[in-house]
Design a protein around this ligand. Sequence first.
Ligand code: CMC
Length: 427
Amino acid sequence: MSTKATLNYNDLSIDLPVITGSENESAIDIAALRSGANLVTIDPGFKNTGSCESAITFLDGDKGILRYRGYSIEELAEKASFLEVAYLLIFGELPNTEQLEVFENDIKSNSVVDEDIKKIIDAFPKAAHPMGVLASLTSALTAFNPSSVNVNSEADMYKAIVKIMGKFPVLVAWTMRKTQGLPIDYGDKNLDYVGNIMKMMFGQPNEGFKVNPAVKEALNKLLILHADHEQNCSTSTVRIVGSSHAGLFASLSAGISALWGPLHGGANQAVLEMLEAIREDGGDTAKFMMKAKDKNDPFRLMGFGHRVYKNFDPRARIIKKAADEVLEDLGIDDPVLDIAKSLEKEALNDPYFVDRKLYPNVDFYSGIIYRSLGIPVQMFTVMFALGRLPGWIAQWREMRLGKEPIGRPRQIYTGATLRSYVDISHR
Ligand code: CMC
C-alpha cells in the first residue's frame, strides 16, 4: 500500500504522507497542506476527518465491531466489572488484583463531596433538567478542588482522575434524588463501585439497602457498553476543551453538555418519550414510520441510525438481549418493549431505512432497561454520562500526555468583503 498521496493543484504537486493504523485504516496527513499549497480542507460534521491518533477504542462501522484497548465489547460486557473497564480505558491494560484494589481504594477515599455542593443543588428548581444540573455541578467541582485544575504531571492527573471517579457518581445520585424530593445518600464504602452507585440512587431514607444482583448486573453492563466510543461529539468536545489546558473537570462539564443533545446521548430519553407517545396514540407504529420517512416532517425515528455504524451497532444487540433478561428477572411486563420490537422489525424491512443503512443504536433499548430499574426518564442521559466518564477521562489523558496542540480549526469565510461604515442615520 502506498505511503503517500499526491495532490495536484494548479501548478503544484504535493506529496502528503499516508498513515496507517493498527487495524489498517489509512488517512492522509494534511499537516503540510496549508504551508505547501495555501489550502485547508473543509468537512462539515467532520464526516471524513480524523482529529487525532488514538490507541483507546477501535470501531468498524461496516462490520459492527467495537473494542476497548483491543478487547471486544461483547467479552467485556459479559465478564468484566465497570471499574476494571475504566482502568483498562484510562491506563491501557486490564488491572491485576492489586492494581484494581489500589484504584478502587483511591476512588473510595475521594468519594465525599464538599457539603456546600448541596447548597448549589438546592438552588436549582426541582424541575431543572438533570443534565444541566450535572454539567453545572461538575464545573463547580473545579472551584472546590482547585488543585485539580493545573495538571502537569502524570501524578497530578492521577489525583484528578480518582477524584472525579469518586465524586461524579455522588453528583449523579444527588441530582436524581433532588428531582424525586428524596434526601441525599452518602453511599457506603463497603460496597463496590456499582453497588455504591445503586445505594446512593435507590436507597430509601427509612429502610436498609440491599444490592439486587440482577439490577447490579444490568447496570454494570450498561455502564460498560457506554464507557467509550472514540471521537464522538462529546468526546471530541472533551479533547478540544482540554487542549486549551482548561482542566479535567471543566473539560468533562463541556462533554456533558455536548452529550445532552437528542442527536447524541439525549436520544435515550427521546426514544422512551417517542415509544410512550406511540403507545398513547394507540400503538400504530406504521403511522410513525411514515412520519420518520416524510422529509417535510422533522420527526426522526429516535434510536435509529449512526454516523459510523452502517450495518449494526454491537451495543444495541447486547442491550436488546439484556432488556429481555432484566425485565424477566424483575418480573416486569413493559408494553413499550413490544412497540420497540415491532418498530425495529418494520424499519429493518423498510427500503427507506435499509437503503440509508439505519439500524437501532445503543439508545434504542437502553431506556427500557433504565425505566425497569426505576430511573426517571430525564435521568437516562445522565446514566449515559456516568458510563462515558472513564472514556472521556481516557481520551483527555491521552490528549494531554500526547502533548496535542490546542484544537483550533480553520474556516472558509463566506461573509461580506471590506465595506465602509454607514452612519446610523443613513441605514
Ligand atoms: N430517522 C429517519 N431518518 C433518518 C434517521 C432517523 N433516525 N437517521 C438518519 N436519517 C436519514 C436522514 O434524514 C438522511 O436522509 P437523506 O439522505 O434522505 O437526507 C440519511 O438518513 C442520513 O442521515 P444523516 O443525518 O445525514 O446522518 P448522520 O450521520 O449525520 O447522523 C445520527 C447520524 C445518529 C445523528 C442520525 O442517524 C439521527 O439523527 N438519529 C436519531 C438520533 C439518535 O438516535 N441518536 C443517537 C446516536 S447513537 C448514540 C450517541 O451518539 O450518543
